[in-house]
Ligand binder design. Structure first.
Ligand SMILES: Nc1ncnc2c1ncn2[C@@H]1O[C@H](COP(=O)(O)OP(=O)(O)O)[C@@H](O)[C@H]1O
Ligand SMILES: [Mg+2]
Length: 221
């Protein structure tokens, strides 16, 4: 479902990846680890093809970095759900509108939008907060809204870029549990973190470790 094959990438003269290769099967949960600056966020941006490799290939679903066209990007990105450390919610829209927006851009019928938004909010246990504004929610609740937004198009893969980086340990667990529930329904997850405590706790999942510009696939034991 996702393949990086001999990928090279540098920001100007600053090399990030050298011959980076790994593969991720459909419906897998993988951690992406590596110290700050190792290239985790860069790698995730290469999955949604915001950044293209300078050598090698990134393949996601039917999309390939060698021949991707700008007009394909919205289609590719609809197969992905993306969550960030800082949530990236629209502060001037309520929770319902933050989610419905994603479907309005694809001209989804109103009734279907309502059903999908309500289902996604129920999945993260926030249906009762649908008319709240983002600033009225806690950090954990905001991240749950971001998860609801990420799953609304029923993506193949969720990219999570340090989604618990701003959260306390208890809330971190809550977010992990929600993501595990989504994973158990069949959605793939690539979870970037530099928090090795989380990785040790969920120690039966695959790990892609970025080190010296390469990926080392391993299992923490
Ligand atoms: N847009 C950019 N331009 C130049 N350098 C960048 C850019 N984005 C990230 N970098 C650098 O690339 C390296 C990897 O960054 P990043 O992918 O954000 O790492 P991580 O997410 O693992 O902390 C860092 O040294 C960072 O400073
Ligand atoms: Mg990062």
């Amino acid at each position: 479902m996702l393949l990086f094959s001999n990928v090279d990438f540098a920001y100007d003269a600053h090399p990030i990846f050298f011959n980076l290769s790994f593969e991720l099967g459909q419906g897998e949960f993988n951690f992406l680890i590596g110290k700050s600056g190792a290239g985790k966020s860069t790698l995730l941006q290469m999955v949604y093809m915001n950044i293209l490799p300078q050598a090698g290939i990134v393949q996601f679903a039917e999309y390939n970095s060698k021949n991707i066209k700008p007009r394909d990007l919205p289609h590719l990105r609809r197969k992905l759900g993306i969550i960030f450390q800082d949530f990236k919610l629209f502060r001037d829209r309520n929770i319902y509108e933050n989610l419905s927006f994603v479907l309005e851009v694809t001209n989804t019928p109103r009734r279907e939008i309502k059903k999908k938004v309500n289902n996604a909010l129920t999945d993260v246990d926030l249906f009762h907060r649908r008319y709240s504004m983002p600033d009225e929610l806690s950090g954990g609740e905001k991240q749950r809204v971001a998860i609801a937004r990420a799953i609304i198009n029923d993506p193949l893969l969720i990219l999570a870029d340090e989604p618990t980086g701003n959260l306390d340990p208890e809330t971190t667990n809550e977010i992990l549990e929600i993501l595990m529930k989504i994973y158990n329904r069949g959605t793939g997850i690539l979870f970037a973190t530099h928090n090795y405590e989380i990785v040790k706790r969920y120690n039966n999942y695959k790990i892609i470790k970025l080190e010296d510009g390469k990926a080392v696939k391993s299992v923490f034991k």
